[in-house]
Design a protein around this ligand. Structure first.
Ligand code: HPA
Length: 233
């Protein structure tokens, strides 16, 4: 593949996809055994190892819809069958707190990628695998992790130019509690390829309250999100 040099036999059908390559390395080092580094192209690291006796692969995706779409297409061509994204998001809701985990039930988007895919004729409802969602919910409850099941916005914009507060209020009213930049692409690309997928996000930023997690809180939240993704897949 152009962006993933992992050999077909080295990729597990079960793949965890963090945005950040160093986070991928952290998972491989701290959670997997018998680890092999399988991809280094553009430093977008990929690893395959074992978790509780099961072969699992990790592949970083970078940030944003175009970047994750490239990695997802290649992972699927290499044989991925279940894909769980772990990432971060900023909340636009007063009732969501930093450090909580969002299991993403659906993703709206301002990206044009599905307008192009569907010829501007429909708004695609990007949704996860119900089986993975249910398993993640039950697993999080058993582990007593504070989780929210909700919709998010997959945005192409991180730094908005104009005051967005009235839009944030409107979106929140319709169930969008947070903004991130990849999930709508994951849910769309995987559905089109009959691959199961789910996105689990850690709330690292409070966009309205202008607050964010401390480095230690980020690590604690990351560890919960990794555990939840590995136990679910
Ligand atoms: N916006 C978009 N994506 C994000 C944010 C944000 O504020 N925080 C973490 N990922």
């Amino acid at each position: 593949m152009i962006h993933i040099e992992t050999k077909k036999g080295d990729l597990s059908p079960l793949v965890i996809v963090p945005g950040d390559p160093l986070r991928g390395e952290y998972i491989a080092k701290n959670f997997l055994s018998n680890v092999k580094k399988t991809n280094s192209i553009r430093n977008m690291f990929g690893f395959t190892g074992e978790y509780k006796g099961k072969k699992i692969s990790i592949q970083a995706t970078g940030m944003g819809v175009p970047s994750i779409s490239i990695y997802l297409n290649e992972l699927i061509m290499l044989g991925a069958k279940k894909i769980i994204r772990i990432g971060t998001c900023g909340t636009i809701s007063d009732s969501v707190n930093l450090r909580e985990l969002i299991i993403v039930q659906s993703a709206a988007t301002d990206s044009s990628f599905n307008k192009i895919r569907f010829n501007n004729e429909i708004d695609y409802p990007a949704t996860p695998s119900f089986e993975l969602l249910l398993k993640a919910y039950n697993t999080a409850s058993a582990l007593k992790f504070k989780t929210i099941i909700s919709s998010v916005l997959t945005s192409d914009t991180f730094y908005y130019e104009t005051d967005m507060s009235s839009r944030f209020k409107l979106w929140e009213k319709y169930g969008i509690t947070a903004i991130e930049m990849e999930t709508a692409a994951l849910y769309t690309v995987s559905k089109g390829a009959a691959v199961e997928s789910l996105s689990i996000l850690s709330v690292t930023d409070h966009i309205i309250k202008k607050d964010s997690l401390s480095p230690q809180e980020r690590v604690d939240s990351l560890n919960e999100m990794i555990t939840l993704s590995l136990e679910t897949i």
